[in-house]
Design a protein around this ligand. Structure first.
Ligand code: CP
Ligand code: NVA
Length: 311
């Protein structure tokens, strides 16, 4: 029997797998999806504990384009809402479906969901990682850069789930990433260490600084995400005072990057907080391609995890 593989964090894949997956996604974006419907007969459950526009819809569309079926379940629709354990939910669901895509508050819940289950579990965002977003992000870099290995990617803002997964994806692929966070809002040090070790192997570069100008200088891509993530509303005032005004991506900060630099954001955006409208909707912005790329990379990911697998 084929071993079940989960995708809870970027490091669950190898650099070669991420590269192949991005190439597959680029090919499907350019030439369309295969007529052979490689996921025909496969069922994918989407369990979401938090709201979503892109992740939910892009996964449903990706599964459908590959010939499979998916259905959406809110956390409160399941017995989870009445206290059934996450472990039992995973084991039972694994008897019905071929893959579980889950968005949760606590990353530990994903670990529990994947333990001893029969179906691959895919992280659709947790407090610690957003690995599906990172696949779309590196695809966007490969789409807009002719020389990805030479590009400088700058992430400015909160050292959150998006930032952590982006660092790890860049590190696996040998890309150069500079991250600017306030000292109190760096990504978890154990996750950064994993990335630094991977970058040593891939000849990439991971640099952390508290200076946004230094990170953005001569960058080819400038990336930001919200300062206040889902579930952090109580910290809102404190976080905004740590990030504003220095960590906002505005025209002045963008002017330090290369003139050809692209602006990236995972979306949804909080305009006039982490980014100004003139940058978000300006000529350098590639946010809608980046959002579209969620669907292509998720299709390639499910194809990797499920393709050819017989029940
Ligand atoms: N970028 C992202 O994950 O968006 P959603 O929250 O809309 O899924
Ligand atoms: N960091 C954000 C990403 C949303 C897609 C959050 O976790 O809310």
């Amino acid at each position: 029997m084929r071993k079940i593989r989960h995708y809870l964090e970027v490091m669950d894949l190898t650099g070669a797998e991420v590269k192949a997956l991005v190439n597959q996604a680029l090919a499907w974006k350019r030439r369309g999806y295969p007529r052979s419907r490689p996921l025909a007969g496969k069922q994918v459950a989407l369990i979401f504990q938090k709201p979503s526009t892109r992740t939910r819809v892009s996964f449903q569309s990706a599964v459908s384009r590959l010939g499979g079926d998916s259905f959406y379940l809110g956390w409160g629709d399941l017995q989870l809402g009445r206290g059934e354990t996450v472990e039992d939910t995973g084991r039972v669901m694994g008897r019905y479906v071929d893959a579980i895509v889950a968005r949760v508050f606590s990353h530990q819940d994903l670990v529990a969901l994947s333990g001893n289950g029969r179906a691959p579990v895919v992280n659709a965002l947790s407090d610690r990682h957003h690995p599906c977003q990172a696949l779309a992000d590196v695809m966007t870099v490969f789409e807009f850069s002719k020389t990805p290995a030479k590009t400088k990617i700058a992430f400015v803002g909160d050292g959150n789930n998006v930032c952590t997964s982006l660092i790890q994806a860049c590190a696996l692929l040998g890309l150069k990433i500079w991250v600017a966070n306030p000292a109190d809002y760096r990504p978890p040090s154990d996750e950064v260490e994993k990335a630094v070790r991977a970058a040593e192997r891939s000849k990439g570069e991971v640099v952390l600084t508290d200076n946004p100008r230094e990170a953005v200088r001569d960058a080819d891509f400038v990336y930001t995400d919200v300062f206040v993530s889902m579930g952090q509303d109580e910290e809102r005032a404190k976080k905004l005072s740590a990030f504003l005004p220095n960590f906002q991506v505005n025209k002045k900060l963008m002017s330090l990057a290369k003139p050809s630099a692209k602006f990236m954001h995972c979306m949804p955006m909080r305009l006039n907080e982490e980014v100004t409208p003139e940058v978000a909707y300006g000529p350098q912005s590639v946010i809608y391609d980046q959002a579209e790329n969620r669907m292509h990379t998720e299709a390639a990911l499910l194809y990797l995890l499920l393709g050819g697998r017989r029940r």
